[in-house]
Design a binder for this molecule. Structure first.
Ligand code: AMP
Length: 113
């Protein structure tokens, strides 16, 4: 989508600290990190949120989760980490392009706010 910031990051039209690029996804550091490691993993395809994902996105969703795992291993998060998927207004989603947050490097509280 032409006015989507994450689409622009995926295409390299907006700068980011890009960590991983595959055929169908990219991973980059969050601009406003909430933990020592805070990485976003996004599909290149514009999907607004998990709510808009379809059966044809099954492989893509699996690839995104495996990319999260790959990034966690690269960041040496052996002590554990959290994967967050915010959906819609009540879910706290601010960017309407599906993204997994990978948070780690410190002990995280539960439940979230
Ligand atoms: P969410 O609130 O789940 O939609 O998460 C959106 C995340 O995107 C937030 O953690 C923001 O800090 C992050 N973010 C927004 N714009 C950028 C950007 N240009 N580069 C990196 N991270 C961004």
């Amino acid at each position: 989508m032409s006015d989507c910031i994450f689409c622009k990051i995926a295409k390299g039209e907006v700068p980011s600290e890009l960590l991983l690029e595959k055929e169908n996804l990219v991973a980059f550091r969050d601009l406003n990190p909430q933990a020592p490691t805070h990485i976003l993993v996004i599909p290149k395809k514009h999907i607004v949120s998990l709510d808009q994902a379809e059966a044809e996105d099954r492989d893509l969703l699996g690839d995104l989760l495996l990319a999260v795992q790959e990034m966690a291993q690269r960041e040496n998060l052996e002590m554990g980490y959290r994967v967050v998927l915010n959906i819609g207004t009540h879910g706290g989603q601010t960017v309407p392009h599906l993204h997994f947050h990978l948070l780690g490097g410190r002990s995280l509280q539960w439940p979230p706010g």
